[in-house]
Design a protein around this ligand. Structure first.
Ligand SMILES: NC(=O)c1ccc[n+]([C@@H]2O[C@H](COP(=O)([O-])OP(=O)(O)OC[C@H]3O[C@@H](n4cnc5c(N)ncnc54)[C@H](O)[C@@H]3O)[C@@H](O)[C@H]2O)c1
Length: 330
């Protein structure tokens, strides 16, 4: 694997993958259309083994030229519209980027694999949200779980997963699909739950928590996720699906309280007119169709390539808080 394309490489997960890849001898091309979710500060400007092209994956002709010119051995597909609330308000963008964009990549990559590089592998990054919600506290999703998406976001991601599986089977495109749980860490877009909690603590603003905050999520530190993706490629795994979890499940309200308590410890002097950041928690009207619980059993990836998450939640949250306080909260 010498040449790697990452789509959505200025996004949260894509940039974490590229920050690791640029330290190796690989050549990397980042294809990103630079939506609101991208962050140019997430990557160093000019590493020698890195190129960037501003390109929308819905632009078939330019995408084809770009891929055929670069001649990748691996394409890691992270580009997507990802914010569930935005998918409820404006679903069409999700249909375009997540479904049509993935279709374009699959068509081009299949032709490329058949005519130019029979060692090529496509890696599709997806989410546990495609499996819908768990309604009890004991089950976990795994690679055999049925697809039952509930939001326009998860439905568009489910569609893209199905396209990848069918291109693998019908056209023989070598492809892996990974479905991971909620990621957290540096460079996540400021609209997402953990950055909002940190930012609002920092500026002493109300922290909006949907419903009673009882929805449960399984949190994965983004560098652990990036390591899993790179380990799959290093082990030359082909045509597999893996579920990737952080093995730390909690309710949104418990997670929020955990962050507030870390902020109390770290920034006691910022507390004005309140005793604790916990006092900022504000329960707001629930999101429509809000899934109750996601949790993943990631024993398959452990068995295949001995990957387990390494970053423990308190360490991960402290690193994340340090990152936001240094970079965004001055
Ligand atoms: N963040 C999570 O917790 C999480 C969890 C599970 C799965 N995922 C999946 O991981 C992938 C990456 O997620 P993320 O959190 O890094 O997303 P993000 O929203 O932070 O970044 C997405 C990136 O893709 C780019 N992009 C969007 N549409 C594009 C298009 N049409 N053409 C080219 N570039 C485009 C954006 O500019 C941005 O840089 C997504 O497929 C997402 O579904 C994310």
């Amino acid at each position: 694997m010498k040449k790697i394309i990452v789509t959505g490489g200025y996004g949260f997960i894509g940039s974490a993958i590229i920050r690791k890849l640029i330290k190796t001898n690989k050549h990397i091309l980042n294809i990103d259309s630079l939506t609101y979710a991208s962050d140019l500060k997430s990557l160093p400007s000019q590493p020698k083994n890195y190129q960037f092209i501003k390109l929308n994956i819905c632009n078939y002709n330019n995408l084809k030229k770009t891929i055929l010119r670069f001649k990748p051995d691996l394409l890691i597909h992270c580009a997507a519209e990802t914010h569930v609330d935005n998918s409820i308000n404006s679903p069409y963008k999700f249909i375009k980027s997540n479904i049509i964009g993935t279709y374009n990549l699959l068509q081009i990559c299949t032709e490329y694999y058949k005519n130019y590089n029979n060692k090529f592998i496509f890696h599709h990054i997806s989410t546990d949200e495609v499996f819908g919600e768990l309604t009890n506290l004991k089950d976990k999703f795994n690679e055999e779980s049925l697809y039952k998406p509930n939001s326009p976001y998860s439905a568009s991601k489910a569609s893209s997963d199905h396209l990848v599986s069918s291109w693998r089977r019908t056209y023989g495109l070598p492809a892996n699909i990974t479905n991971c749980s909620n990621n957290y860490g540096p460079y996540q877009n400021k609209e997402k739950l953990i950055p909002v909690i940190i930012k609002n603590c920092f500026f002493q603003k109300k922290i909006p928590i949907y419903g009673k905050g009882l929805q449960r999520r399984d949190w994965l530190y983004v560098d652990d996720h990036a390591n899993a993706i790179l380990k799959i490629s290093k082990n030359k795994i082909v045509n597999e699906n893996f579920c990737i979890s952080g093995n730390y499940e909690t309710s949104n309200i418990e997670l929020c309280k955990k962050i507030c308590i870390i902020m109390d410890d770290k920034y006691p002097k910022r507390l004005k007119n309140i005793k604790s950041h916990l006092d900022l928690i504000d329960y707001v009207k629930d999101r429509p169709g809000h899934d109750f619980r996601y949790a993943i059993n990631s024993s398959k990836i452990k068995k295949y390539i001995n990957w387990i998450p390494k970053v423990e939640i308190n360490t991960g949250l402290k690193k994340t808080i340090n990152f936001y306080s240094k970079n965004y909260l001055k």
